[in-house]
Design a protein around this ligand. Sequence first.
Ligand code: NAP
Length: 362
Amino acid sequence: MLSSSTSTLRLHQPNRPHRSHPAAPAAGGATHLASPRRWLGHAPGAASPAPLRARAQRIRALDAAQPFDFESRAAGLLEERQRLKIAIVGFGNFGQFLARTFARQGHTLLTHSRTDHSALASTLGASFFTDPHDLCECHPDVVLLATSILSAEAVLRSLPVHRLRRNTLFVDVLSVKEFPKNLLLSSLPPDFDVICTHPMFGPESARDGWDGLPFVFDKVRVGDCPARRARAEAFLNIFEREGCRMVEMSCAEHDAHAAETQFLTHTVGRMLAMLELRSTPINTKGYETLLRLVDNTCSDSFDLYNGLFMYNKNSTELLNRLEWAMDSVKKKLFDGLHDVLRKQLFEGSPHAPNVSSSNVRK
Ligand code: NAP
């Protein structure tokens, strides 16, 4: 049985781990353990190995005086089980940004991209594969699609997925969600798990960390067995551990919201960039916000922005509304101006400035 896609917004609230005690188990581990403490707790039906159970009893008897740090060893074991082998396909700006955190958390990284990024990959301890066959033959737990929206279909089709393990987890991080969901479901074998995600931050906006930043995800298809559920949780836990605000939401809902939160923001940033705004000696806080918006949006590739437009059906309507809003504001200003001029011309207001005929539009 497969878990189905959700249609309502829910905040994902699994046990948020203490940084040094990660919570979710890894794909390889068959037992789901919510925290290291559950190793000690004899939960009904828990399948903890006998030697560990025996040690746990000893710990209870001795309270805190331990001959060795059992709890930290248990935590270490869990940490080990949480480690994933992640293949990043599309190792550009965003793929590299994610890889830094994945590497810091101790995951094994395999990477592949159109361009040879092997030098950069090696600085992160990641392997770089020019040939996707070699990458797939390494049997990653997770394949993370981080290529541009526009190239996603071609890149996915170029992967020899038959060389992967039968129930590999595919995750995408594209900034639109319905398009990759349909693409992954229609292109991948039915045994593969699929999670569509959108980390709603990037190298600029999250340069000081991911704490509190939204991470949207939709568990589109996760096989109903403990190891597959555990693998999905272990992947999501990467973002949770960094303090992301986990938002479970359907891909369709994401796209409806993202037209406003994202496409609008990028469009305004790109419009302001056309004005070639400069810093001045009298910058207000508002003006500095605009300057930052230009930086935050224009540092992303035009392909990314174009993808937000092309592959989110809500973007065209948003663009039309933006044009309407600009026209409405302009109209309000010019209507007011015309009222003043008409009053002057036809009623001779005593306070009106002296407007020469050359200033009045014919
Ligand atoms: P991008 O321009 O959207 O994508 C760049 C990546 O796509 C590079 O790896 C590039 O390969 C690859 N690519 C582009 N055209 C290709 C083609 N014709 N064939 C094969 N590969 C191609 O910029 P990005 O910022 O790195 O974004 C990557 C993905 O993450 C996008 O889907 C984006 O929507 C998503 N995302 C980005 C951000 C962000 O803040 N930047 C945030 C959330 C999600 P090369 O390695 O050869 O350059």
